[in-house]
Ligand binder design. Structure first.
Ligand code: DON
Length: 318
């Protein structure tokens, strides 16, 4: 970053004005109280719905956060992007996609549907993420597998330690009939790799959803995706370029569940949402963004932020 400042080659040269715009968008969106917190996981229903943070990190490490910067939240379904990358890094796309499709499903994230081959439609919905989890270090014990996931988040987020929300995890596990049903349905179709322990896989999936970060950490992780897998703060190559390409493609087509087509049409950026209200947005080659606001159908303020961003800046890639 210091070198880029000296050479006057920053990717966002007038970062201060950009930050002022972000602060203005934040103020505009603060009054938008549409939507409600997710209540199908009791512990998530208790989250203060008015919390709101926006964080950005450029691929050369310039950062800005506005709002509830120090609050931590669960990554929830944003974990699906990371789990998919970990499965790809371990097995490559050919093996991974023997178990998971790569077409949008057009239905809600937890829908009890599989594709014609009895496989999840894609890795960005529950069935697909459960399948990705089954592919991550399957021979290791659960503790080591979880360390692998949380260590990856830490590396993506610039080396900052990540948290874990135990009560959300326990609460999710106790109310997970739908995910168990998906797991058993996939097992019935012989969709899992041989030797998969289904209950352990589901535990691992719930735990991966309960990893906790703050908005700045998620923006740094998004910037790592924006820079082809290299963390802008540490230079750590967390994922291969090809892994990131595959993940961003599927985030673009499937990352917003049954809103993915509309999001791709209007915003055009790879993104992944979670029921905690987290939204990770990648502007490839430029920056990562996190918007966190717990009021949902995908986070209302998150979507509105993206709409306003593409109105003001030429970041829609098409
Ligand atoms: O499987 C579940 O129900 C959650 N732990 C994850 C769902 C999620 O975040 C969907 N997001 N929008």
């Amino acid at each position: 970053l210091v070198r880029r400042v000296a050479e006057e080659s920053l990717v966002v040269p007038d970062f201060a004005s950009f930050c002022t715009e972000i602060d203005q968008l934040y103020a505009e969106l603060l009054t938008d109280t549409r939507g409600a917190v997710a209540d199908y996981i009791p512990q998530l229903a208790r989250v203060d719905p008015d919390q709101f943070a926006i964080a950005v990190c450029t691929v050369d490490g310039q950062r800005h956060v506005v709002g509830d910067a120090s609050s931590k939240f669960c990554v929830q379904s944003v974990s699906k992007a990371v789990s998919y990358c970990l499965a790809l890094e371990e097995h490559g796309p050919d093996v991974v996609h023997q178990h998971i499709g790569r077409e949008p499903s057009g239905v809600s994230f937890n829908s009890l549907t599989l594709n014609k081959s009895g496989r999840p439609h894609n890795p960005m919905i529950n069935a697909g993420a459960i399948m990705s989890c089954s592919l991550i270090k399957p021979k290791d014990n659960l503790a080591d597998r979880f360390d692998h996931v949380s260590d990856t988040w830490k590396r993506l987020a610039g080396g900052r330690p990540v948290g874990f929300h135990n009560s959300v995890y326990l609460s999710e596990r106790d109310t997970a009939d739908r995910n168990f049903a998906l797991g058993y349905s996939m097992r019935e179709q012989h969709a899992f790799p041989a030797g998969t322990d289904l209950v352990q896989t589901l535990e691992f999936y719930f735990q991966s959803c309960s990893v906790e970060l703050d908005a700045e950490m998620m923006a740094i992780a998004a910037a790592t995706f924006a820079d082809g897998g290299i963390c802008p703060l540490t230079g750590d190559k967390v994922f291969n370029t090809q892994t990131v390409q595959h993940c961003l493609s599927l985030m673009s087509s499937c990352g917003m569940y049954d809103f993915s087509g509309e999001f791709a049409f209007t915003i055009g950026l790879p993104a992944k949402s979670g029921v905690s209200g987290a939204l990770m947005v990648v502007v490839p080659g430029l920056m990562g963004i996190c918007v966190w606001s717990p009021r949902l159908g995908n986070t209302v303020r998150g979507i509105e932020f993206c709409r306003k961003l593409v109105e003001r800046y030429n970041v829609h890639p098409h």
